[in-house]
Write a protein that binds this ligand. Structure first.
Ligand SMILES: [Zn+2]
Length: 407
């Protein structure tokens, strides 16, 4: 344990040491081991430190088979040379605040409601704990948050102690300790006694403050998202910016934002309904117009559009053939690089539109399908929409001519 400087003093940022060995792992990643180190390796829910060994960036630190591996980008060290280590203190101190905050919040839920924490994750943005319960209400959350902040403000010491398995009995532990040797207790006197290998500040006041942000159900448990220390300022800044922007955009006040958005969503619903009704009227009108302008001698109605959905084309085509049972309708739309086509026929005609479509689709590398009386398809093609329409019309004329021959 002597080589783990972070256990002697969690506040060591700079240290001197010697390289024990430089190696690479099975994946070819280079690392060095040191005679002593202040770099904390991933463990106990707390992420690893990053920093520098001399000029070399340390990107990851892991404890594997009892040795602490400092992962580096280039193998620049020789064995036994003296080095200077420097850990990224802002990152580490943030982790210390969050980790200590987790101990305090977890202990608060136990103290107040006898609810245990089953897991802890220290993320880049927020910290989470999973509580061993399926429900929790706002009053409980507020009470736990208040107790946690009271403990923080009381500036209680956070002590660490190495104990033997036998000595454990003297302490009112929050949870059974899983290891048999090298047992480390993190203690907030008369509040929390806990087996933990993480790094913590000297006292609770350095946690600064704790704020619960969000609660969600996760695998039958309750997951609490919270932040401590500087993260609270970051969160407040982010949320304040978002709120002020919304207040400005909606010409509302912070207190009335919820109501303003509800009104807007309601208006949107009403407008969408009105729009759908108008669109229906318009498409009915459009279908009548298409039918009126058909060439009487020839039972084919065709048109092309830009930026129109295939659902729209289908609706229009269905209206046309319902109105006019002795025609074929061909509707085409170009939507960006996509050509889409809908073909329908009235019940008095006997053309197999699937057969027609199977001749059209290869022209646009397309896919499609439908019934003998109604088909749709689409493909990606640079062909001009008018040219494509002409080709389709000619194909249909051929089919109709064959039909007449057969009759
Ligand atoms: Zn811990």
């Amino acid at each position: 344990m002597e080589h783990k400087l972070y256990y002697q003093d969690a506040y060591i940022e700079h240290f001197s040491s010697r390289v024990k060995e430089q190696h690479h792992d099975l994946e070819g990643n280079w690392y060095v081991t040191l005679e002593q180190t202040a770099f904390y390796p991933t463990g106990g829910g707390q992420p690893h430190d990053i920093g520098f060994i001399n000029e070399e960036l340390v990107t990851n630190v892991e404890e594997i088979d009892g040795e602490i591996r400092h992962y580096i980008q280039n193998p620049v060290f020789t064995n036994h040379i003296e080095i200077d280590g420097k850990i990224d203190w802002i990152r580490r101190y943030d982790f210390m605040q969050q980790h200590a905050g987790q101990h305090v919040l977890t202990a608060a839920f136990v103290e107040l409601f006898d609810i245990q924490t089953t897991s802890f994750h220290l993320g880049e943005e927020t910290v989470t704990i999973d509580l061993n319960c399926s429900e929790i209400d706002d009053t409980q959350l507020l009470a736990a948050e208040e107790l946690a902040n009271r403990i923080i403000m009381e500036n209680r010491p956070i002590e660490t102690k190495w104990v033997t398995k036998e000595q454990l009995e003297q302490y009112p532990l929050r949870k059974k300790v899983k290891v048999d040797q090298d047992i480390r207790l993190v203690i907030i006197p008369e509040f929390d006694y806990n087996g933990c290998g993480g790094t913590h500040p000297r006292n609770t006041a350095e946690i600064a403050m704790l704020k619960i942000l969000k609660v969600e159900k996760q695998n039958g448990q309750i997951r609490i998202h919270f932040v401590c220390g500087n993260r609270i300022r970051k969160q407040l800044h982010k949320k304040q910016k978002a709120v002020l922007e919304m207040v400005h955009l909606l010409s509302s006040s912070e207190e009335k934002l919820g109501d303003t958005v509800k009104v807007l969503l309601n208006q949107k619903k009403v407008l969408e309904k009105q729009l759908a009704e108008k669109q229906q009227l318009l498409i009915e009108f459009e279908s009548k117009e298409l039918v009126e302008f058909q060439q009487q001698a020839f039972p084919l109605i065709h048109a092309h559009y830009h930026d129109r959905s295939i659902q729209d084309l289908q609706k229009l085509a269905q209206l046309v053939v319902a109105e006019s049972p002795s025609v074929i309708v061909l509707l085409i739309a170009r939507n960006e690089q996509r050509l889409q086509v809908v073909l329908g026929r009235g019940q008095n005609l006997n053309v197999n539109l699937k057969a027609v479509l199977s001749e059209i689709l290869p022209l646009i590398n397309g896919k499609g399908g439908g019934s003998e009386s109604f088909v749709q398809g689409g493909g990606i093609d640079g062909t001009d929409v008018v040219l494509f329409e002409d080709t389709c019309v000619n194909l249909l004329k051929n089919h109709l001519a064959k039909l007449h021959e057969n009759v």
